[in-house]
Design a protein around this ligand. Structure first.
Ligand SMILES: [Zn+2]
Length: 366
């Protein structure tokens, strides 16, 4: 009942939540479980700096796949932490060096250039998919984890900047032929500029829909590998937390994200609420989470995914002050969230005042 109240009073709630960490623990049934208090990145750096996960109030680590090793795994377990591994899905820069057949192609027929630091990949490239499938299996062979969090879940684009980079992709022959076959459309058998123009002129809706299906199928395929290997392990999704109508609907139109599908497939939704990188006020965090809760409830009534946002401690662009970080944590950890983490361990170590903020919040919250 109180959860319904939140949906009706989003703005008021957001303001109230700014002032009390976990003040709504009487309202949300999912907060009766252990609230997940995490850190994202390479948490081993905190150990190397002399900290102890227990002393910091952490009960979970979210570790990049390439930073997970036996020593970190065992230490985290000894200190009572759950271990969640971040899995990079459509991050293709290194792979493309030896596999140009997997490059994302723009309507001109040219390869789409890197979008700031990010280089995506063509999501229909079977070589890349096989590479990712094998990589996930190798992680699961090596470690028993509490969950896998898929990251870089979008068609080639850059959204972690105030001015996003949003190219139209992918018009490689493989993608367009798959699209024509799926939709029973006769291929015009033209060159790439003519074909892309044909699709965007006459079949744009079908094209956007097909692209989002391709992305959702990545989630379904990787989820199948996870659940068949470690059935109790949770599937988490890191994803761009734009509202669907922002940037001319670029979340769906360019990145291929159908938020309804994400809600359906996830055990845990981890929206990337990097307010500073996205040039948003801090109270956007609370507002977005309440919006996400309402979407989740409408799509999966009675069985909504957990919501564990990742908030920003990282100084870019400019500085996120300890006070601002505290506000971001407060907003992000209030209902409907049942867990939280911050980006990243390095940002904490760069400004130990932020470690104190995290510690105080984590140790005072039951
Ligand atoms: Zn393609």
């Amino acid at each position: 009942m109180i959860r319904c109240f939140f949906k009706l009073t989003t703005l008021f709630t957001s303001i109230v939540l700014m002032f009390s960490f976990g003040a709504c623990n009487s309202s949300a049934d999912n907060r009766e479980k252990d609230f997940v208090k995490g850190v994202y990145g390479d948490p081993g750096t905190l150990l190397e700096a002399g900290y102890n996960f227990n002393e910091l109030g952490l009960n979970a680590i979210f570790v990049r796949s390439y930073s997970l090793n036996d020593e970190l795994y065992h230490t985290a377990r000894e200190q009572g932490c759950k271990i969640f591994v971040e899995f990079p899905v459509l991050l293709g820069g290194n792979f493309l060096e030896d596999n140009p057949q997997c490059a994302p192609i723009e309507p001109s027929g040219e390869m789409s250039p890197p979008a700031d630091w990010f280089m995506g990949v063509c999501p229909t490239c079977p070589d890349f998919k096989e590479d990712r499938r094998e990589y996930l299996k190798s992680i699961l062979d090596q470690f028993n984890v509490d969950g896998v969090f898929l990251d870089y879940l979008h068609w080639h684009a850059q959204f972690e900047t105030p001015d996003p980079i949003l190219p139209e992709t992918c018009f490689c022959e493989r993608c367009t032929n798959l699209f024509f076959t799926k939709n029973n459309i006769d291929s015009p058998e033209q060159d790439i500029p003519e074909t892309s123009n044909f699709i965007l002129t006459y079949y744009e809706n079908e094209w956007r829909e097909w692209r989002s299906t391709i992305l959702t199928n990545w989630i379904i395929d990787l989820k199948e590998i996870l659940k068949s290997n470690q059935p109790k392990s949770l599937l988490g999704l890191f994803y761009c937390s734009w509202y669907p109508d922002e940037y001319d609907s670029a979340l769906y139109r360019i990145m291929g994200i159908d938020i309804d599908d994400f809600v359906k497939e996830a055990d845990v939704l981890a929206p990337m609420l990097f307010h500073h990188m996205k040039d948003r006020p801090v109270n956007w965090i609370g507002e977005y989470l309440n919006w996400l809760d309402s979407v989740s409830t409408s799509i999966r009534p009675g069985s909504t995914p957990e919501i564990w946002p990742i908030v920003q401690a990282h100084n870019n662009p400019g500085e996120v002050s300890p006070e601002e970080f505290r506000e971001a944590m407060t907003q992000g950890s209030s209902a409907p969230s049942s867990g939280i983490m911050m980006f990243s361990d390095r940002a904490l170590l760069d400004d130990p005042r932020k470690i104190e903020v995290m510690k105080e919040l984590y140790l005072t919250e039951p």
